[in-house]
Design a protein around this ligand. Sequence first.
Ligand SMILES: Nc1ncnc2c1ncn2[C@@H]1O[C@H](COP(=O)(O)OP(=O)(O)O)[C@@H](O)[C@H]1O
Ligand SMILES: [Mg+2]
Length: 268
Amino acid sequence: MTSPLLELDHVTKRFGRVVIAEELSFSVGAGETVGIVGPNGAGKTSLFGLISGDLAPNAGQVSFAGKNVTRLDSAARCRLGIGRTYQVPRPFVDMTVFENVLVAAQQGGGLRRKASYAAAAEALEQTGMADEANVAAGRLGLLARKRLEVARALATGPQLLLLDEVAGGLTDPEVTVLVEIVRGINAEGIAVIWIEHVVRALTAVVSRLLCLTGGKFVGDGDPATVLAEPAVREVFLGGAVTAALTGSSLEAPVDGPIESAVDGEETT
Ligand SMILES: Nc1ncnc2c1ncn2[C@@H]1O[C@H](COP(=O)(O)OP(=O)(O)O)[C@@H](O)[C@H]1O
Ligand SMILES: [Mg+2]
């Protein structure tokens, strides 16, 4: 059997008394699509930090493509093929869309000259941003900024793409656009781990869902099955699960323990 693309082995991370990950173990295969849900403050974004190298674990090991990357920083992990988006996009606002993506290809992906231009152009095509290539990033609307965030991660040439609430704050038609983009990316063989409160977006893309709470995963498997698990309903979705699955509700309730992602504002 081939080794998984990403493997977390008994990873523990605490901020004081807040437990983000408690001996967390899980693996993701090449080309796999995995969704992660969990209440506000559960540590989902921090989990991405542990995978991408922005955060160092207190204990445990992170492996990527058969290599122990626990001690590698985020730049080194990016070069190896871990690309991530950030919950709050922070593009270089005075630079054009193309320049933003070019920086990612060069600094994140380690590409130079023609290869970096080609990677940047390709990332803009994949995210439907080619027509806005010469627009200053500061002038973009929310959907375009989310697309640009995905394009920047893509331009680094990832084998694994980490998406942190890229659908947050978007309208339903915009979510549909984003879902198609992520599907297209995955169709090229790139594995995707997607943290998202917009359950409809996740269920349209991922084949596997996990719920993070209290530093542990509750549930791991087929999205419909996981969302129906009593423990997941209890900690995360409450009574909204059925509605979400039947399509009558597109998003988890905002009056529950769930953040409604407001762009430009860190909610945790
Ligand atoms: N660098 C940090 N230092 C201290 N506490 C942090 C840090 N990053 C996140 N936290 C805390 O860890 C918890 C989880 O945060 P986060 O990973 O952003 O959760 P989520 O993305 O699931 O909402 C929160 O209580 C947050 O305040
Ligand atoms: Mg978060």
